[in-house]
Write a protein that binds this ligand. Structure first.
Ligand SMILES: [Zn+2]
Ligand SMILES: [Zn+2]
Length: 259
Protein backbone atom coordinates (compact mmCIF):
# COMPACT_ATOMS: atom_id res chain seq x y z
CA UNK A 1 0.00 0.00 0.00
CA UNK A 2 1.28 3.46 -0.88
CA UNK A 3 -0.47 6.48 0.62
CA UNK A 4 0.11 10.20 0.21
CA UNK A 5 -1.88 13.30 1.08
CA UNK A 6 -1.50 15.75 -1.79
CA UNK A 7 -3.39 18.64 -0.20
CA UNK A 8 -5.26 19.20 3.05
CA UNK A 9 -7.43 21.99 4.44
CA UNK A 10 -10.09 24.39 3.25
CA UNK A 11 -8.12 25.24 0.06
CA UNK A 12 -8.65 21.68 -1.15
CA UNK A 13 -8.35 18.08 -0.03
CA UNK A 14 -6.81 15.25 -2.00
CA UNK A 15 -5.38 11.94 -0.79
CA UNK A 16 -3.90 9.22 -2.99
CA UNK A 17 -4.04 5.53 -2.10
CA UNK A 18 -2.41 2.78 -4.13
CA UNK A 19 -2.99 -0.86 -3.48
CA UNK A 20 -1.21 -2.98 -6.10
CA UNK A 21 -2.79 -2.05 -9.42
CA UNK A 22 -5.66 -0.22 -7.71
CA UNK A 23 -5.31 3.55 -7.51
CA UNK A 24 -7.90 5.59 -5.67
CA UNK A 25 -8.36 9.18 -4.55
CA UNK A 26 -10.16 10.29 -1.42
CA UNK A 27 -11.86 13.57 -2.41
CA UNK A 28 -10.59 15.96 -5.04
CA UNK A 29 -10.79 19.59 -4.01
CA UNK A 30 -8.10 20.84 -6.41
CA UNK A 31 -8.24 22.00 -10.01
CA UNK A 32 -7.60 19.47 -12.76
CA UNK A 33 -4.26 21.09 -13.49
CA UNK A 34 -3.15 20.94 -9.85
CA UNK A 35 -4.46 17.39 -9.34
CA UNK A 36 -2.58 16.23 -12.44
CA UNK A 37 0.60 17.98 -11.36
CA UNK A 38 0.51 16.50 -7.88
CA UNK A 39 -0.25 12.96 -9.07
CA UNK A 40 2.68 13.34 -11.44
CA UNK A 41 4.97 13.81 -8.41
CA UNK A 42 4.03 10.23 -7.48
CA UNK A 43 4.62 9.01 -11.03
CA UNK A 44 0.88 8.57 -11.54
CA UNK A 45 -1.25 9.78 -14.44
CA UNK A 46 -4.94 10.64 -13.84
CA UNK A 47 -5.81 8.06 -16.50
CA UNK A 48 -4.69 5.35 -14.04
CA UNK A 49 -7.11 6.41 -11.28
CA UNK A 50 -9.82 3.77 -10.71
CA UNK A 51 -12.15 5.71 -8.41
CA UNK A 52 -12.69 8.79 -6.29
CA UNK A 53 -14.23 8.20 -2.86
CA UNK A 54 -16.06 11.28 -1.61
CA UNK A 55 -16.27 12.18 2.08
CA UNK A 56 -18.91 14.93 1.63
CA UNK A 57 -20.01 17.63 -0.78
CA UNK A 58 -18.29 20.72 0.66
CA UNK A 59 -16.38 22.51 -2.10
CA UNK A 60 -12.93 21.91 -0.60
CA UNK A 61 -13.56 18.17 -1.10
CA UNK A 62 -15.22 18.01 -4.51
CA UNK A 63 -14.18 21.07 -6.53
CA UNK A 64 -12.01 19.03 -8.91
CA UNK A 65 -14.34 16.10 -9.42
CA UNK A 66 -16.36 17.46 -12.37
CA UNK A 67 -13.35 18.08 -14.58
CA UNK A 68 -11.20 15.14 -13.49
CA UNK A 69 -13.90 12.48 -13.57
CA UNK A 70 -15.59 13.61 -16.79
CA UNK A 71 -12.29 13.84 -18.64
CA UNK A 72 -10.94 10.45 -17.51
CA UNK A 73 -14.24 8.64 -17.02
CA UNK A 74 -13.51 7.95 -13.34
CA UNK A 75 -16.42 6.69 -11.19
CA UNK A 76 -17.21 8.60 -8.01
CA UNK A 77 -18.27 6.66 -4.91
CA UNK A 78 -20.44 8.30 -2.28
CA UNK A 79 -22.61 7.05 0.59
CA UNK A 80 -26.26 6.87 -0.46
CA UNK A 81 -27.25 9.45 2.18
CA UNK A 82 -24.93 12.00 0.55
CA UNK A 83 -25.97 11.21 -3.02
CA UNK A 84 -28.55 13.97 -3.55
CA UNK A 85 -26.33 16.66 -2.02
CA UNK A 86 -23.38 15.57 -4.15
CA UNK A 87 -25.46 15.45 -7.34
CA UNK A 88 -26.67 19.00 -6.69
CA UNK A 89 -23.06 20.20 -6.87
CA UNK A 90 -22.00 18.20 -9.93
CA UNK A 91 -22.56 19.82 -13.31
CA UNK A 92 -20.90 17.36 -15.70
CA UNK A 93 -21.91 13.92 -16.83
CA UNK A 94 -20.00 11.65 -14.48
CA UNK A 95 -20.68 8.19 -13.12
CA UNK A 96 -21.71 8.30 -9.45
CA UNK A 97 -21.89 5.01 -7.55
CA UNK A 98 -23.76 5.16 -4.24
CA UNK A 99 -22.80 2.68 -1.53
CA UNK A 100 -24.63 1.70 1.65
CA UNK A 101 -23.38 0.67 5.08
CA UNK A 102 -21.82 -2.58 3.87
CA UNK A 103 -18.10 -2.89 3.18
CA UNK A 104 -17.11 -3.15 -0.46
CA UNK A 105 -14.07 -3.50 -2.68
CA UNK A 106 -12.53 -1.42 -5.40
CA UNK A 107 -10.00 -3.72 -7.06
CA UNK A 108 -7.52 -4.78 -4.36
CA UNK A 109 -8.73 -2.17 -1.89
CA UNK A 110 -11.23 -2.99 0.85
CA UNK A 111 -13.43 -0.02 1.77
CA UNK A 112 -15.39 0.55 4.96
CA UNK A 113 -17.18 3.83 5.49
CA UNK A 114 -18.75 5.21 8.63
CA UNK A 115 -20.71 8.36 9.45
CA UNK A 116 -18.90 11.20 11.17
CA UNK A 117 -20.66 14.28 12.66
CA UNK A 118 -20.41 17.32 10.35
CA UNK A 119 -22.91 19.87 9.06
CA UNK A 120 -23.98 17.86 6.00
CA UNK A 121 -26.48 15.05 5.44
CA UNK A 122 -23.64 12.54 5.37
CA UNK A 123 -19.91 12.90 6.01
CA UNK A 124 -17.93 9.69 5.63
CA UNK A 125 -14.84 8.56 7.45
CA UNK A 126 -13.00 5.74 5.71
CA UNK A 127 -11.12 2.63 6.74
CA UNK A 128 -9.14 1.22 3.83
CA UNK A 129 -7.74 -2.27 3.78
CA UNK A 130 -5.25 -4.37 1.91
CA UNK A 131 -5.26 -7.87 3.40
CA UNK A 132 -4.45 -7.26 7.08
CA UNK A 133 -3.22 -3.69 6.58
CA UNK A 134 -5.59 -0.94 7.62
CA UNK A 135 -5.43 2.81 7.34
CA UNK A 136 -8.05 5.46 8.18
CA UNK A 137 -9.02 8.91 7.07
CA UNK A 138 -11.29 11.19 9.04
CA UNK A 139 -11.56 14.91 8.65
CA UNK A 140 -14.44 17.36 8.97
CA UNK A 141 -16.00 16.17 12.20
CA UNK A 142 -17.29 18.20 15.11
CA UNK A 143 -16.66 15.59 17.75
CA UNK A 144 -15.80 11.94 18.14
CA UNK A 145 -17.72 9.14 19.79
CA UNK A 146 -16.59 5.86 21.30
CA UNK A 147 -18.02 4.15 18.24
CA UNK A 148 -15.93 6.27 15.87
CA UNK A 149 -12.75 5.68 17.86
CA UNK A 150 -13.50 1.95 18.02
CA UNK A 151 -13.86 1.93 14.23
CA UNK A 152 -10.23 3.00 13.96
CA UNK A 153 -8.84 0.16 16.07
CA UNK A 154 -5.88 -1.53 14.40
CA UNK A 155 -5.33 1.26 11.89
CA UNK A 156 -1.57 1.74 11.64
CA UNK A 157 -1.84 5.05 9.78
CA UNK A 158 -4.58 7.57 10.62
CA UNK A 159 -5.20 10.90 8.91
CA UNK A 160 -7.05 12.79 11.64
CA UNK A 161 -8.42 16.31 11.64
CA UNK A 162 -6.69 18.87 13.90
CA UNK A 163 -8.51 21.93 12.61
CA UNK A 164 -7.93 24.72 15.07
CA UNK A 165 -6.56 26.01 18.30
CA UNK A 166 -9.65 26.98 20.30
CA UNK A 167 -8.06 30.19 21.66
CA UNK A 168 -6.90 31.38 18.25
CA UNK A 169 -10.36 30.75 16.87
CA UNK A 170 -12.19 32.43 19.74
CA UNK A 171 -9.95 35.52 19.50
CA UNK A 172 -9.97 35.77 15.71
CA UNK A 173 -11.53 39.19 14.94
CA UNK A 174 -12.16 38.18 11.30
CA UNK A 175 -14.56 35.38 12.25
CA UNK A 176 -18.16 36.32 13.10
CA UNK A 177 -19.65 34.71 16.18
CA UNK A 178 -21.93 32.49 14.07
CA UNK A 179 -18.96 30.99 12.23
CA UNK A 180 -17.05 30.39 15.46
CA UNK A 181 -20.11 28.67 16.85
CA UNK A 182 -20.39 26.48 13.73
CA UNK A 183 -16.73 25.43 13.81
CA UNK A 184 -16.74 24.73 17.56
CA UNK A 185 -20.10 22.97 17.44
CA UNK A 186 -20.81 19.27 17.48
CA UNK A 187 -21.07 19.24 13.68
CA UNK A 188 -18.13 21.53 12.91
CA UNK A 189 -14.43 20.72 13.07
CA UNK A 190 -12.13 18.90 15.49
CA UNK A 191 -9.79 21.07 17.60
CA UNK A 192 -6.13 20.25 18.26
CA UNK A 193 -6.99 19.27 21.82
CA UNK A 194 -9.86 16.98 20.81
CA UNK A 195 -7.59 15.43 18.21
CA UNK A 196 -4.89 14.81 20.83
CA UNK A 197 -7.42 13.02 23.04
CA UNK A 198 -8.36 10.69 20.18
CA UNK A 199 -4.70 10.03 19.36
CA UNK A 200 -4.05 9.04 22.97
CA UNK A 201 -6.85 6.49 22.71
CA UNK A 202 -5.65 5.22 19.31
CA UNK A 203 -2.23 4.58 20.73
CA UNK A 204 -3.69 1.80 22.86
CA UNK A 205 -5.11 0.21 19.72
CA UNK A 206 -2.07 -0.21 17.50
CA UNK A 207 -1.80 3.11 15.65
CA UNK A 208 1.82 3.93 14.78
CA UNK A 209 1.51 6.98 12.57
CA UNK A 210 -0.81 9.98 12.74
CA UNK A 211 -1.08 12.72 10.15
CA UNK A 212 -2.78 15.81 11.59
CA UNK A 213 -5.06 17.02 8.80
CA UNK A 214 -7.44 19.74 7.59
CA UNK A 215 -5.67 22.50 9.55
CA UNK A 216 -7.28 25.92 9.51
CA UNK A 217 -5.12 28.55 7.82
CA UNK A 218 -6.49 31.22 10.12
CA UNK A 219 -6.78 29.50 13.46
CA UNK A 220 -3.91 27.02 13.45
CA UNK A 221 -0.46 26.36 12.04
CA UNK A 222 1.50 23.15 11.49
CA UNK A 223 3.73 24.03 14.47
CA UNK A 224 0.83 24.89 16.76
CA UNK A 225 -1.05 21.69 15.94
CA UNK A 226 2.06 19.54 16.29
CA UNK A 227 3.15 21.11 19.57
CA UNK A 228 -0.28 20.96 21.19
CA UNK A 229 -0.72 17.31 20.32
CA UNK A 230 2.83 16.33 21.29
CA UNK A 231 2.56 18.21 24.62
CA UNK A 232 -0.75 16.56 25.42
CA UNK A 233 0.80 13.14 24.79
CA UNK A 234 4.03 13.97 26.64
CA UNK A 235 2.05 14.92 29.75
CA UNK A 236 0.70 11.39 29.67
CA UNK A 237 4.06 9.68 29.23
CA UNK A 238 3.84 9.25 25.46
CA UNK A 239 6.88 10.31 23.40
CA UNK A 240 6.46 11.39 19.81
CA UNK A 241 8.94 9.48 17.65
CA UNK A 242 9.13 6.64 20.18
CA UNK A 243 5.59 5.47 20.89
CA UNK A 244 3.93 7.13 17.94
CA UNK A 245 4.94 9.27 14.96
CA UNK A 246 3.07 12.53 14.27
CA UNK A 247 3.18 14.29 10.90
CA UNK A 248 1.20 17.32 9.74
CA UNK A 249 -0.61 17.54 6.39
CA UNK A 250 -0.54 20.97 4.75
CA UNK A 251 -1.70 22.49 1.49
CA UNK A 252 1.43 20.97 -0.11
CA UNK A 253 2.03 17.29 -0.90
CA UNK A 254 3.04 15.42 2.25
CA UNK A 255 5.04 12.32 3.14
CA UNK A 256 4.60 9.10 1.16
CA UNK A 257 3.81 6.17 3.42
CA UNK A 258 4.50 2.60 2.32
CA UNK A 259 2.76 -0.11 4.29
ZN1 LIG B 1 -13.36 20.39 4.55
ZN1 LIG C 1 -16.75 20.06 5.38
Amino acid sequence: MRVCNLSSGSDGNLTYIECGETKVLIDDGLSLKETTKRLCLLGVSPVEINAVLVTHEHTDHIKGIDNLCSKYNIPVYVHKDGLISLKSKITKNIKIIPFDDFDFEIGNLGVQSFAIPHDVERCSGYNLYENNKKISILTDLGHTTTEIVNNLAGSTLVYLEANHDVNLLMNNPKYPYSLKKRILGNFGHLSNESSAKVIYQLLQNGTKQIVLSHLSKENNSPNTAYEQVVNYLQNRGVEEGVHIKIDVATTNPGAIFKL
